[in-house]
Design a protein around this ligand. Structure first.
Ligand SMILES: Cc1cc2nc3c(=O)[nH]c(=O)nc-3n(C[C@H](O)[C@H](O)[C@H](O)COP(=O)(O)O)c2cc1C
Length: 181
């Protein structure tokens, strides 16, 4: 059983990104368990003066959820060309944990937006903080996304071992791709 944690970058009730994760959870095959995290709104604004032990329960719970997952699927909107501050804030908290669970974690980034560019700029932005933590990040190509919509979502596609359709010399991306196979 592959355990995936789905984290939406949007707090909005009818968020397209959260709905995408919910759809992925429903469509995931029997070998994939996708839990959609819903605690982002409870994460306090990061303040180094408050970064004491024990950390806030909401932060500890997110850290544990990431640590327990085989991979994390982030679906995030693009806000002003970047990722929403609430999501970045959560990443900042998690990165301060003694056992930073993002280090070496497989992270798959997807996003959706009604805008003409989709959430593509947001995804570029999202890659940086995750890679700064040592995560293996993969952003699926359009073909992969088409494939996964046609097949049974990102998760099954990747855990079933379909090769990424876009070759890249970036070693880290290759590692990330194999991480999701
Ligand atoms: C503060 C803010 C900034 C936004 N900036 C962008 C943007 O740069 N590019 C874009 O395509 N959409 C932008 N949008 C529109 C969002 O993509 C749209 O509201 C989307 O539905 C949000 O995702 P959600 O449905 O998961 O909540 C922005 C929305 C907000 C509230």
């Amino acid at each position: 059983m592959t355990r995936i944690l789905g984290i939406s970058g949007s707090l909005r009730r009818d968020s397209h990104n959260t709905n995408l994760l919910r759809a992925a959870a429903e469509a995931a095959g029997p070998d994939v368990e996708l839990e959609v995290y819903d605690g982002l709104k409870e994460i306090p604004p990061y303040d180094e003066d408050d970064d004491l032990h024990p950390r806030p329960a909401s932060v500890a719970s997110l850290v544990d959820a990431i640590a327990d997952a085989d991979g994390v699927l982030f679906s995030t909107p693009e806000y002003n060309g970047g990722i929403p501050g609430t999501l970045k804030n959560a990443i900042d908290w998690v990165s301060r944990d003694d056992e930073n669970p993002l280090d070496g974690k497989c992270v798959l980034l997807i996003g959706t937006s009604p805008g003409a560019l989709g959430a593509v700029r947001g995804l570029w932005h999202a890659r940086q903080p995750f890679e700064a933590q040592g995560a293996f990040v993969h952003i699926p190509s359009e073909e992969e996304v088409d494939q996964l919509l046609a097949v049974r979502t990102v998760l099954e596609t990747h855990s079933a071992g379909l090769a990424a359709s876009r070759a890249t010399p970036d070693a880290r991306l290759l590692e990330a791709q194999s991480c999701w196979r």
